[in-house]
Design a protein around this ligand. Structure first.
Ligand SMILES: O=C(O)CCC(=O)C(=O)O
Length: 288
């Protein structure tokens, strides 16, 4: 029987209280989980189809890859969010239920597309996201490498990400170790922490070729979200929208009349805080 993460239920073990433990990458220096059969082949193909059925303007060409941004643009002041399409919100819901996201519902997805030979420079994801990264892997394989801040030229190890898998990174694998993907056509299998959970577990493999286009869905939770949302390219005030839906008369009335009072408030603030200073200045000048 399969569990929620698409992996066969394993025999009872000392980790039975937490089924995720079976998928922990024990060789990694901090918390990483790798689920090799997270998606069925049909689910995999359907996700890939949805990526390529997305409207063309969703794609942004970067120097060494293409990407789609979904959910809004995270910002230190808060994200102007947008609803995720169903094919992505279903994945977010599934991750929330599987408990890998520590109870935070993902609300942001980056779709990265790499042709063989393309990669991503080592980087940290930064403070705008809750520090858990869930990545669903589609298409071809790639080695996700990790680096220490002091030496971004030499990887300390990596995770082989094969199609249909999910990888989850937490704690110092989020906050301290930079992650990146080498721009190469073949990954060298040195220090691959999860090799025992991949299709190469029984082989002495030295390189894995990047034989086809890889597409990844990087799924995260943005904690700071503004009360303004993008709906069909237009800004919508969520407080007013919610009030309309819930028929909250008080908030609707407040939201409707407040703009009428803004000019009066402006005059009042000017008189109270700006004008007296000005008058005082004149008085002082008069006395001198
Ligand atoms: O494609 C991947 O697996 C990594 C993507 C990534 O690190 C990012 O988008 O920040």
């Amino acid at each position: 029987m399969d569990n929620d993460l698409g992996c066969p239920q394993v025999k009872k073990s000392k980790f039975d209280n937490n089924p995720l433990e079976e998928f922990r990458v024990k060789e990694a220096p901090a918390t990483a989980f790798y689920f090799p059969n997270y998606l069925t082949q049909d689910e995999h193909d359907a996700l890939l189809q949805n990526v390529y059925d997305s409207p063309k303007p969703r794609w942004k060409q970067m120097s060494n890859r293409r990407l789609q941004n979904w959910g809004g643009y995270p910002h230190p002041k808060g994200m102007v969010s947008e609803d995720l399409p169903k094919w992505l919100s279903d994945e977010c819901e599934k991750l929330l239920k599987s408990e890998v996201t520590e109870g935070k519902k993902p609300n942001h997805v980056l779709v990265n597309e790499y042709e063989p030979g393309q990669g991503l420079l080592p980087h940290l994801d930064g403070p705008l996201f809750y520090p858990v990264i869930c990545t669903i892997n589609l298409g071809g394989p790639a080695l996700l490498q990790f680096y220490k801040e002091q030496n971004l030229d030499k990887s300390v190890g990596g995770l082989l990400l094969e199609p249909r898998s999910l990888v989850v990174l937490k704690d110092s694998l989020y906050t301290e170790f930079h992650h990146g993907i080498e721009a190469t056509r073949a990954d060298v299998m040195m220090n691959v922490w999860n090799l025992g959970s991949t299709t190469f577990k029984d082989e002495k493999i030295e390189i894995v070729e990047r034989n086809s286009t890889r597409v990844s869905l990087t799924i995260r939770h943005v904690p700071k979200v503004l009360n303004v949302k993008l709906v069909g390219g237009r800004f919508v005030n969520l407080m007013f929208e919610r009030a309309s839906v819930e028929n909250d008369f008080g908030v609707r009335l407040f939201s409707a009349i407040i703009p009428a009072f803004l000019p009066l408030m402006h005059i009042w603030l000017t008189v109270k805080f700006v004008w007296p200073e000005h008058v005082l200045e004149i008085d002082k000048n008069d006395c001198s």
